[in-house]
Write a protein that binds this ligand. Structure first.
Ligand code: ZN
Length: 345
């Protein structure tokens, strides 16, 4: 006897040691569910926890409706047919599938991204905005002089810029048979004010710097399910490995590591992004954190806009049984107020 202990261990870190015990006790005592807790804790390895939880800290630069949206989406409190069905006294009376007629269970994810609610343009704009945020950080970190080709930012119906134009590989599109549209390609060493090179180039004479070596860095940005971000990195790397090989064979010096940046639908950011930021020339820890926070903030705001849009759309076009649920959800003014602001920035 003597020192206080927990399950045979002396208490040296009471919070850490007691947390699981108290959780288990509460689960039994109050019959609390732990499914969400398990999902998040078992899949948190890929998440950069600091910036991903920036939303609720004092001084967070986020409007309340966006914070609410993210909180609900993360915590199984996001109103969808599936949740209504789960909570219904008589589940037979509440259809858990999409009220717009998709043959899928209307989970939070489906409600959020259901194509029938016309969400596609918003999702594209969200992706493009995140690309702009990364590009701005690159330009502030030593890449301001270089040519950056980008495959985003043309939401107004204009043609997209080619990130691998014909001169880069010496072939026309369609001959390549490999994915050749990464979100951006940095031509390091080649000034943005020059006309593009005519073909593969390893060195260039620069009036200011003398002979400069030229190399390519490829980047790809993806939105994904927050608990599945490491796989998204892997998928993007696999997708563009053949292109990177072909560029090297064509005579380019090319970074064989694709810079993959992954952001979660529920406003988390991936831990692996840091490595990609370094590839993109963004060096310090402070800058990494700053960029992660900007991406997380943008994701949260867009989540707000998308939710507001889908709710309005469903209310108008036969949201069906979800109307009551939406009323319940919006008592705090959540997504609806965000929607009234109209066009996102
Ligand atoms: Zn649907």
């Amino acid at each position: 006897m003597g020192l206080p202990s927990c399950e045979g261990e002396i208490l040296t870190k009471p919070k850490t040691q007691l947390r699981p015990v108290v959780r288990e006790w509460m689960r039994r005592r109050y019959k609390y569910g732990v499914q969400l807790h398990d999902v998040w804790t078992e899949n948190s390895d890929g998440i950069d926890l600091g910036p991903s939880n920036r939303h609720w800290k004092v001084g967070a630069p986020l409007r309340r409706p966006a914070v609410k949206t993210v909180f609900r989406m993360r915590n199984g409190d996001y109103m969808c047919q599936y949740l209504l069905n789960l909570h219904a006294k008589n589940p037979d009376t509440v259809d858990p599938t999409c009220p717009l007629g998709c043959p899928f269970i209307d989970s939070w994810r489906h409600t959020f991204l259901c194509e029938k609610s016309g969400v596609r343009d918003l999702v594209t704009a969200r992706h493009n905005r995140a690309c702009e945020i990364v590009e701005a950080a690159m330009r502030q970190s030593g890449h301001q002089a270089w040519m950056i080709l980008r495959n985003y930012g043309k939401v107004d119906g204009g043609p997209e810029e080619k990130t691998v134009p014909p001169w880069m590989l010496g072939w026309e599109r369609g001959e390549r048979q490999v994915p050749d549209k990464p979100d951006f390609v940095v031509i390091k060493g080649w000034r943005r004010t020059w006309p593009p090179p005519e073909g593969p180039v390893m060195h260039v004479k620069d009036a200011d710097e003398g002979e400069v070596s030229v190399s390519l860095v490829l980047g790809e940005l993806k939105y994904a399910d927050d608990i599945d971000m490491p796989r998204k990195h892997e998928m993007a790397r696999e997708k563009y490995a053949p292109l990177i090989r072909q560029l090297a064979e064509a005579g380019w010096r090319v970074n064989d590591r694709l810079a993959t940046v992954v952001v979660g639908h529920r406003a988390c950011v991936s831990k692996e992004n840091a490595e990609s930021f370094t590839i993109l020339g963004i060096q310090t820890q402070r800058k990494h954190t700053e960029l992660q926070e900007k991406l997380a903030k943008s994701a949260a705001e867009w989540a707000g806009y998308i939710v507001a849009h889908t709710r309005r759309y469903r209310a108008k076009h036969g949201g069906g049984g979800s109307a009551a649920g939406e009323g319940g959800l919006d008592t705090g003014g959540g997504g609806r107020r965000a929607g009234n602001r109209g066009v996102p920035p």
